[in-house]
Design a protein around this ligand. Structure first.
Ligand code: NAP
Length: 243
C-alpha cells in the first residue's frame, strides 16, 4: 500500500520538469495524480500514459492558472483533493506583460489555495515549490540578475500563502514549502545560461553541486507525505550560499 492510496493529488505545471517527475513519484505512492498543464497537452498526456504504463493512475487537466475561470473548471473536474502541489511557475517567457510574474507566482497561487480548501479534508496538505533565489530574496547578498524579478514575485507568493496558514490550520490542512537552488537540466537553467553565460557553472561551484530534476522531485514528493509540522520550509540540498 502506498502512502496516498485512493487519494487525489493535483500538481500544477506537471507536463514537464519537476512537476512531471513529482507526478510519477506520487503515482508510485498510490495517488490518483491530476497532471495540470497550460499549453502542452501532448506532453501532459505522455506523462499520464507513462504513469498508467507503470500501473498508476493519472489524468491530465488543462488550465491556465492565471485565469480564474480555468481554475474553477479544473477544480470542478477534480473533486475531493488530498494534496495540492503548487509547482507551476514562470515569468521568464518572452512577450509577457510586466505584471505577469506577480499574477502567476503570487495571485494565481492564492487563488488556487483558496479554491482548493473546500475540496480538502482534515489531514490534507498544500506544498508550495520555490527556489532559493526567491525564498532568500529579502535576506541574501546572492542574486541571479535575469531571474531577480521572478524571484521577487515568487517570494511575494510565498509570503501571501504563509499569511493563509491560520486559515489552512482551521481546516486541518498543513502547508509545507520546498525550495531549491538551480536544478540541473531544466529549461529555467538553460534560459538563465543563455542570458548570462557561465551561470550554471557558477551555481554549481557556489552550491557545491546542483540537484537533478529527479533528486529535487524526491524532496517534493517526500514533503507531500512525510510527517512534517505545518509551516516548515524544506531547503532541498541545503541552503548553499544563499543563507
Ligand atoms: N528550474 C530550476 O532550476 C528550479 C530551481 C528551484 C525551484 N524550482 C521551482 O520548481 C518549480 C518547477 O520548475 P520547472 O523548472 O520544472 O518548471 P518548467 O520546466 O518551467 O515547467 C513549468 C510548468 O508549469 C506550467 N505552467 C507555466 N505557466 C502556467 C500557467 N499559467 N498555468 C498552468 N501551468 C503553467 C507549464 O505548462 P506548459 O508546459 O503546458 O506550458 C509547465 O508544465 C517552479 O516552482 C520553480 O520555481 C525550479
Amino acid at each position: 500500500m502506498g502512502k496516498l492510496t485512493d487519494q487525489t493529488v493535483l500538481i500544477t505545471g506537471a507536463s514537464r520538469g519537476i512537476g512531471a517527475a513529482t507526478a510519477r513519484l506520487l503515482a508510485g505512492e498510490g495517488a490518483h495524480v491530476v497532471v495540470n498543464y497550460r499549453d502542452k497537452a501532448k506532453r501532459a498526456h505522455a506523462v499520464v500514459a507513462e504513469i498508467a504504463a507503470s500501473g498508476g493512475s493519472a489524468t491530465a487537466v488543462q488550465a491556465d492558472i492565471t485565469r480564474a475561470s480555468d481554475v474553477d473548471r479544473m477544480f470542478a473536474e477534480v473533486g475531493d483533493l488530498a494534496v495540492l502541489v503548487l509547482n507551476a511557475s514562470g515569468g521568464l517567457e518572452r512577450d509577457v506583460d510586466p505584471d505577469y510574474a506577480y499574477r502567476l507566482n503570487r495571485d494565481a497561487q492564492v487563488d488556487l489555495a483558496t479554491k482548493a480548501l473546500p475540496l480538502m479534508r482534515e489531514g490534507g496538505r498544500i506544498v508550495y515549490i520555490t527556489s532559493h533565489p526567491a525564498h532568500f530574496a529579502d535576506t541574501s547578498s546572492e542574486s541571479l540578475d535575469t531571474y531577480a524579478p521572478v524571484a521577487r514575485s515568487k517570494r511575494a507568493g510565498e509570503d501571501a500563502l504563509r499569511a493563509m496558514i491560520p486559515a489552512f490550520t482551521e481546516c486541518g490542512i498543513d502547508f509545507v514549502t520546498v525550495s531549491g537552488d538551480m536544478i540541473e537540466g531544466t529549461i529555467t537553467a538553460t534560459l538563465l545560461e543563455r542570458a548570462q553565460p557561465g551561470t550554471i557553472e557558477q551555481r554549481r561551484e557556489a552550491a557545491g553541486g546542483l540537484l537533478s530534476v529527479e533528486e529535487f522531485a524526491a524532496h517534493v514528493a517526500e514533503a507531500a507525505v512525510a510527517d512534517i509540522e505545518t509551516g516548515q520550509v524544506i531547503l532541498a540540498g541545503g541552503p548553499g550560499a544563499w543563507a
